[in-house]
Design a protein around this ligand. Structure first.
Ligand code: SF4
Ligand code: SF4
Length: 463
């Protein structure tokens, strides 16, 4: 009760510690979580940033330690901490390596939320972050408008002009420009609200989560996903009103926006009964499966940011998030569980696989995509060395920390080349963009595709 004096010594100590802490209440790294770290260092070699720089402060153990020091008031939440936390890819390889169960992804996202609340970034950075996380991603219409502008730039000759005149190099934007996704001629939005019947006997009725940026850059992948699901006996519904999953906002520490998006998606996807909610983006899937955790804390109703057409005036029952999470499946997980029923034609191709961090470390799914690749007759599957190490994409990391991202990509492409594979297959649109840029920059000549695009190519549909 506010104003009630502490009843026990423990309570008094906690109250005193809270007065020193550099963190504030709500979305805060908790002692119970970071105290699980036993400082063994088994995560160090799994951490891409530690492998790059061999700096303890850029390792998982070092970052957890800095959180503890700030929470105890022994370190300032200042530029140094922000730099080390910004440099983390949130790839969660350290979680897989950790024998002590440190939930590093949860901790780093909470640390970023504390930075968002208690640290003033430079003006330009604040302006860009506010635009991207609080305006652009919450409103599909804005994503579409922005995509049309980029498409005009890409197709009007302006892009070639910028490249040809060397202006991008002059501005230091050459690498970032190479990562810019190709905007689709036909956006995915027109499929929203539609139902696609199963081919042959219906085995399941599923809802498809289409993503936000993916609806303007990965229409072909989304269409391929629907075709593969239908060919394998699924009726596919694409619910209208769905919004961005909130992953980019949550990873950036903008958790109030991530929560508003989560509430909207839960309401939209539970409007009708579905056997599963399917995503083809491992980064989105990882966040969708953590909606219960994300929605554990919530803003008071009058402080909630509004998301497209939804003021979220209603109280939000926690059981709905649990129900949503129970149904959410990555498309590879779902197809491997259900088993492929559509016949597959011989497809002669030497293929390697890059684990998406948020599928492997976030969702603990390793075998399903490999099993599906191996199911295609004619495919020669070859494992890539260090396939479980991040390619450097990591949401917007390749834009915000371009130099580190490019270093990681260079190493990744060396390993990809060493397999002699003609195609690199992965399970996340962000990784696809990064690896395609890598194949171009390093001249490996390899095709990059999603697991479902390989299945789509091989599936005999009879139409
Ligand atoms: S999430 Fe990735 S980059 Fe960040 S500390 Fe863990 S292993 Fe390192
Ligand atoms: S492996 Fe886990 S317990 Fe060991 S140092 Fe890393 S985070 Fe701490």
């Amino acid at each position: 009760m506010p104003g009630t004096p502490p009843q026990t010594r423990d309570e008094a100590q906690r109250e005193f510690a809270a007065t020193l802490s550099g963190f504030t209440a709500g979305d805060k790294p908790e002692y119970a979580d970071y105290s699980r770290c036993i400082h063994c260092g088994l995560c160090l070699n799994a951490c891409p940033t530690y492998r790059l720089w061999h700096n303890e402060a850029d390792s998982p153990r070092g970052r957890v330690r800095q959180m503890l020091l700030i929470d105890q008031g022994r370190m300032e939440l200042g530029e140094g901490f922000v730099t080390h936390i910004d440099r983390c890819l949130d790839c969660r390889a350290c979680e897989t390596a950790c024998p002590s169960g440190v939930e590093y992804g949860k901790l780093v996202e909470q640390a970023r939320t504390q930075i968002e609340k208690n640290y003033k970034r430079p003006f330009a950075s604040r302006a860009i972050r506010n635009f991207v996380y609080r305006r652009l991603l919450v409103e599909p219409q804005r994503v579409a408008r922005m995509a049309r502008i980029v498409r005009f730039y890409q197709r009007s000759g302006l892009e070639s002009l910028a490249r040809g005149t060397g202006i991008l190099r002059l501005l230091g934007l050459q690498e970032r420009a190479a990562l810019l996704p190709r905007i689709d001629g036909d956006f995915f939005y027109s499929r929203l609200g539609k139902t696609f019947p199963a081919r042959g006997e219906r085995r399941a009725r599923v809802a498809f989560f289409a993503g936000c940026i993916a609806q303007v850059t990965f229409t072909a992948l989304n269409d391929a996903t629907i075709r593969v699901l239908r060919a394998n006996g699924c009726e596919v519904v694409v619910p209208d009103g769905q919004v961005c999953c909130g992953a980019l906002a949550a990873h950036a520490g903008v958790r109030d926006v991530a929560r508003a998006l989560a509430r909207k998606n839960v309401q939209v996807f539970l409007r009708e009964p579905f056997d599963a909610i399917i995503t083809n983006a491992a980064g989105c899937g990882s966040t969708l499966k953590e909606y219960t955790h994300l929605l554990e804390e919530d803003e008071p109703q009058d402080h909630r940011p509004s998301v497209t057409n939804d003021k979220h005036g209603d109280a939000f029952p926690a059981e709905m998030a649990t129900e949503f999470v129970k149904k959410t499946r990555d498309v590879t997980e779902f197809l491997a569980e259900m088993g492929l029923s559509a016949p597959l034609r011989e497809t002669k191709l030497r293929v390697t696989y890059q684990d998406s961090c948020h599928l492997l470390h976030g969702q603990k799914i390793r075998e399903a995509p490999r099993q599906l690749i191996r199911a295609v007759p004619g495919v020669e599957f070859v494992e890539m060395p260090l396939a479980d190490h991040c390619c450097g994409s990591a949401g917007v990391y390749n834009v915000t920390e371009t130099a580190a991202s490019m270093e990681l990509l260079e190493g990744k492409m060396q390993h990809a080349r060493s397999t002699g594979a003609a195609a690199i297959v992965t399970a996340n649109p962000g990784c696809i963009l990064q690896l395609r840029a890598g194949a171009r920059m390093h001249g490996t000549g390899q095709e990059v595709m999603h697991v479902v695009e390989l299945l789509d190519r091989a599936t005999v549909r009879g139409d």
